[in-house]
Design a protein. Sequence first.
Length: 165
Amino acid sequence: MNLIVAVDSNWAIGYNNSLLVKIPNDMKFFRNQTTGKVIVMGRKTFESFPQKQPLGNRTNIILSSNKNYSVKGAIVVHSIPELKKELEKYPVEDIYVIGGDSVYKALIDYCSVAYVTKILHEYQADTYFPNLDNMKEWVMREESEEQTYFNLEYTFTKYEKVKPD
């Protein structure tokens, strides 16, 4: 299973249920990685989407503890065990966890690849992603050349989980 996230210099990912910044090239990378795949998210992440609609050309799976929550065009599950059972239907390499913070934290141990856009800036934030650089089981395998968007610098990185010795 994969996860995909954009973080700032402090591994922050959001503020007031919104992304910290929208970088067109990062959005394009997200679209290219997840189109035709399965995306897993929490209810608040889903509700931050434009028009609160599932993302097209993907299987959208929403994790919500609200048993009455339903979304046309998406699969809604209500617990991690229910989510794991649903995910058995799909190739593990086609599954992308896309947030938010509680869903990332609940599922990071099940993931083996992390695509992290690192934005070289500090934002005001209220949600964070675990700092993979401080976790010995995660190793950065790839890092792009530095990119710029106006005055923002960022890189695309790929981390892989390594097996303990």
